[in-house]
Design a binder for this molecule. Structure first.
Ligand SMILES: [Mg+2]
Length: 377
């Protein structure tokens, strides 16, 4: 494929603030008003474009300001003039060019694969090992401090055929969490329920509270305590027969290796924004599977472009068996940034079949929501 020898000549950025429909409370913090993402566009010599999205959250992965600076100042020089096909070399250099900033690296790898896919006329999943599934079960999070609004959302989800919800817990009080679990069990029995504390519990209160929640027999309970409390995670895992999942405790393959060795979880949330790219996300899932652990496709507060990247990764990774939670573009943002809506059908995310990511952002929306840009004239 001589086309992949061509050079990358364009590198443009948009820092976006996207209005959202409601407040979301998680154990470690809240999102209200807008969520902030950065979009990268790469252009090759023949004029083909590839896009990637970075979706940081300051209390979890990092800040949008650091993400934008990483892309604009530290990663740009590695990419301009590089060959489109040299993705592995570029990503290896990116690993060392700037510490952390995993969301920036995820957006870079997304844009590189999208570009290569569009030039070659093949979907991103085919460049990640080939497809193992056509659709991915969707989980939607229940995280509104006003539960009456979430009851309306639950009814809408049921109507839409969604059958998995994740209850966000540990941000208000224990009675609020138990009340919501009881309400969902009684009024929405169609849903399988997952519980995610997002590190919301102190270690001294975690055993009793997790015991009460485990009594509802959710599919799993995720990250009850702070990311570095590996010892308490390992203890909680032994105390109850509901699977315990790690999220904030595991960013990349290096964390996954340690988490498996120390027995802190039965499964893991794989996110490209944590791992620093699609390839490293696949590696996390494979290390987990090699240790007999499950995984699902998690996400941050993302727009549809990042959802597409995650969808292609899961489509090409048989080890990720527990579905995905790419709901924000459809159920949280006032308006997504994609030209065509992110596809969900009967509660399943549809794996695209077109070249590259199979979808692209609407440039007029990027310009409308941008608070900073670095776009060539
Ligand atoms: Mg989580």
């Amino acid at each position: 494929m001589a086309e992949l020898h061509q050079k990358i000549v364009g590198y443009d950025l948009w820092y976006l603030k996207l209005p959202v429909t409601s407040r979301r409370d998680h154990g470690i913090g809240s999102v209200a008003g807008t969520c902030e993402v950065v979009v990268l566009r790469l252009t090759s010599e023949d004029g083909t474009e590839g896009f990637g999205e970075a979706s940081p959250w300051s209390v979890f992965t990092g800040t949008p300001e650091a993400t934008y600076a990483a892309l604009d100042r530290y990663l740009r020089p590695l990419v301009i003039g590089a060959r489109v096909g040299d993705r592995a070399a570029i990503m290896q250099q990116a690993m060392h060019a700037v510490a952390h900033c995993t969301e920036a690296k995820a957006s870079l790898e997304t844009a590189l694969i999208d570009l290569a896919g569009r030039i070659s006329g093949v979907p991103v999943w085919s460049l990640l090992g080939g497809r193992c599934r056509d659709a991915i079960p969707l989980s939607c999070s229940i995280a509104n401090p006003d539960f009456s609004q979430d009851i309306e959302l639950l009814a809408r989800l049921r109507e839409d055929g969604v059958r998995i919800v994740k209850l966000k817990t540990g941000f208000k009080d224990h009675a609020f969490d138990i009340m919501r679990l009881e309400h969902i069990a009684q009024n929405f029995p169609e849903f399988s329920v997952r519980v995610d504390y997002n590190q919301g519990l102190e270690i001294e209160e975690a055993p009793n509270r997790v015991r009460d929640v485990a009594g509802f027999k959710p599919d799993f309970i995720e990250q009850p305590v702070r990311s570095h409390h590996y010892g308490m995670m390992a203890k909680l895992r032994q105390m109850f027969d509901v699977p315990l999942l790690a999220d904030e405790s595991v960013f990349g393959p290096e964390d996954m290796e340690r988490a498996a060795r120390e027995g802190i979880c039965d499964g893991v949330s794989v996110k490209i924004m944590k791992s620093g790219g699609l390839t490293r996300g696949q590696t996390v899932a494979r290390i987990a599977a090699a240790h007999g652990l499950t995984s699902y496709g998690g996400d941050m507060f993302e727009a549809g472009l990042a959802h597409l990247a995650g969808t292609h990764m899961i489509a090409a990774t048989p080890e990720i068996t527990l579905g995905c939670e790419f709901y924000q573009a459809s159920y949280f943002l006032r308006e997504d940034i994609l030209e065509d809506p992110f596809q969900i059908s009967k509660g399943q995310v549809v794996v695209p079949t077109g070249p590259g990511l199979g979808g692209r952002p609407d440039i007029s929306k990027l310009n409308r929501y941008a608070v900073a840009t670095a776009v060539a004239a």
